[in-house]
Design a protein around this ligand. Structure first.
Ligand code: AMP
Ligand code: ZN
Length: 147
C-alpha cells in the first residue's frame, strides 16, 4: 500500500490535504484529523515504511528527532498537563494506517484515554518471574543488530 493507496504517502506528496506543522528532508508532522485531544498530531517518515520492523534505525532516529521538536512545540503552545508519545505496529497494537507514525498526544486531567496500564499490576506472575525475565532478555539481546 504505497503511493496513491497510502493516505500518508498522499499527504507527503501534497496529493491529500493536511494541517502541516513541519517538514524536512525525511520527516513530516501534521495534525491528526480525528484528534483524541486538542493538539494531537502525527510525525511520519516521508518514505513509506509499514511498521518499525522494516525501518533502518537511522530513519527512525530522524522521526525521533522531529518528534522531540514537535512535542516541545506542542508543550510550549498548549501547556497540557502531560504528553504521551504513541507508536503502533500492526493491527494487534492498534495500527490503522499502515505507514509508520508517532502520535504526539497532549494529555489532560481526566481525559481517560486508554493508553496507560497499571505498572504495578501483577497480571501474569509467570512473566514477572526473575528467571523468565532473564531468559526473555537474553532472547531479545541476541537479536539486537547494530546497523
Ligand atoms: P493508528 O490507529 O495508530 O494507526 O493511527 C492512525 C491515525 O491517523 C488516527 O489517529 C487517525 O485519526 C489519523 N488519520 C487517518 N487519516 C488521516 C488523515 N488523512 N489526516 C490526518 N490524520 C489521519
Ligand atoms: Zn505510505
Amino acid at each position: 500500500m504505497i503511493g496513491p493507496d497510502c493516505i500518508f504517502c498522499r499527504i507527503v506528496a501534497n496529493a491529500a490535504e493536511c494541517h502541516e506543522l513541519y517538514r524536512d528532508e525525511t520527516t513530516l508532522a501534521f495534525m491528526d484529523i480525528h484528534p483524541a485531544n486538542e493538539g494531537h498530531c502525527l510525525v511520519i517518515p516521508r518514505a513509506h515504511f509499514q511498521t518499525v520492523f522494516e525501518m533502518p534505525s537511522e530513519a527512525f532516529a530522524a522521526v525521533g528527532a522531529t518528534v522531540a521538536k514537535i512535542a516541545q512545540a506542542v508543550n510550549a503552545a498548549l501547556s497540557p498537563g502531560g504528553l504521551s508519545l504513541v507508536q503502533a505496529n500492526g493491527a494487534l497494537a492498534g495500527q490503522t494506517v499502515p505507514h509508520v507514525h508517532v502520535h504526539v498526544l497532549p494529555r489532560r486531567e481526566g481525559d481517560n484515554l486508554a493508553l496507560n496500564w497499571d505498572r504495578l499490576r501483577a497480571a501474569d506472575p509467570a512473566h514477572a518471574d526473575p528467571e523468565r525475565l532473564a531468559a526473555v532478555a537474553a532472547t531479545i539481546r541476541a537479536k539486537i543488530v547494530l546497523f
